[in-house]
Design a protein around this ligand. Sequence first.
Ligand code: KG4
Ligand code: ZN
Length: 368
Amino acid sequence: MSEITLLAIETSCDETGVAVVRGGAGKVEVLAQQVASQMDIHAATGGVVPEVAAREHVTALQVMLPAVLREARVVGKDLSGIAVTVGPGLQPALAVGVNAARALAYAWQKPLVPVHHLEGHIYSALLRRAAVSSSKYQVSSKSLTPTYLLPATNYFPALALIVSGGHTQLILVRDHVTYEVVGTTRDDAAGEAFDKIARLLGLPYPGGPPLSQLARAGSATAFSFTRPMVDSGDFHFSFSGLKTAVLYAWRALSEADKDQRKADLAASFEQTVVDTLVTKTRQAAQAFSPRLLLLAGGVAANTKLREALSREASRLGMPLSIAPPALTGDNAAMIGQAGIFAYERGRQSTWRDIDASARLPITAWPRQ
Ligand code: KG4
Ligand code: ZN
């Protein structure tokens, strides 16, 4: 099959992503990509206001679409199609990317490849960055284009732990673009819990990075919180009870203690979340015997989680692939990566047939 070239657009939450990817048959090159974060804007309100996010996506896309195409040296007629995140996410935010993709698909007469946001996170961990030639005489700008490859050995079924501000899911990947959700959160997502506790402790949004930074100065055993749902007999999660427990522990501290014990509270909370995620992943791994474990999503940037899951994977004798740090947060390169595999398997729509869908299930496209 000839190479597939896709423009990819991601606007599901508070990052605007645009990328151009090229590949097929297990290989994806990221020709160009940009991410514009709205973090500073949402930091002022302590969270994402959907209408504000949508307006920012419009402004960002106007600048990024031409810039990324130029950088990739690609024009509309070179494209095989346009991959776009159609859900899940914030409806007004998703609609901006979807409508931009539809307009371009109409103008250029190209197919659209609708992508589920979590497929992007899954492919960001499944594909690995190929080593760049080390010979200093061979390095050209072409060889510096990041190329991502599938693992060399069998990797399906793979079990993916996706942890972000909006999602906490265990997904069994039975084959390319074929998924089964085996566990999900009943309430808050893991990243959301980090963000809320960070806010309680007076840390800026998004709270994951500053909270884990603060946790380094504290003791992870200073407070003992129940690991939620670890004995529930299923693979689901719940973080809202933990949030309340941390809130009560915080309120019980005297003002004088608050400054001193803040780091202990952060460390104990982080440890509880990490232990819970790792325990549930182990239970699912024992039930489904995957050939590969995957870790992706914004919270996959957390060092404690990366280390704890790596240790667990070695104990289980299963390989673990973690999304590269550059692709753990939301971006369009991962949407393009997943888009290539979906396009190859016939997932192509016209501009008329796609729509943003805030609650889209990952099983929306039955295997063709
Ligand atoms: O995947 P992502 O960029 O956006 C969503 O799809 O939600 O994830 C963002 C989330 C935020 O909740 C942020 O606090 C969390 O990922 N996060 C972290 C860390 N870095 C980002 N949580 C814990 N530790 C981190 N180092
Ligand atoms: Zn995400």
